[in-house]
Design a protein. Structure first.
Length: 124
């Protein structure tokens, strides 16, 4: 299954970031649901960018975990794990430095108002 999604990339630092590739693996209860990928973009210092991305849900074996999913939906929150990999260039003043990053996040989604209620990230 393929979905088109809009990602919001926020930069809270003093440098700009030009990325050439972005890949996010999405897991639910230890099973990979799929990947979100994008060709690239630009995020200014202290800024945000929106980018269109395609989501490939190739591991839709969630149906085996449908009881867990129904329980999570009933309590109003679903937890996902993600691993994000990106390549690009970090901009500090007039200088550009190559950057390759990999970050793992635990994300709690509030299913009532469809927002992220909690997020915890760390470098991998």
């Amino acid at each position: 299954m393929t979905l088109l999604v809009t990602l919001k990339v926020t930069n809270a630092d003093v440098y700009s970031f030009d990325f050439t590739a972005l890949d996010v693996a999405v897991d639910y209860r230890g099973k990979t649901l799929g990947h979100v990928s994008s060709d690239g973009g630009h995020v200014t210092a202290f800024g945000s960018s929106f980018l269109e991305a395609e989501t490939e849900l190739d591991g839709v074996t969630v149906f085996a975990d449908v009881i867990h999913l129904i329980h999570d939906l009933a309590k109003g929150s679903v937890e996902f794990d993600t691993v994000t990999e990106t390549n690009g260039k970090l901009g500090v003043f007039f200088f550009r430095f190559p950057l390759k990053a990999k970050i793992a996040c635990g994300i709690m989604v509030d299913t009532v108002n469809q927002t992220i209620s909690h997020q915890s990230c760390r470098p991998v």
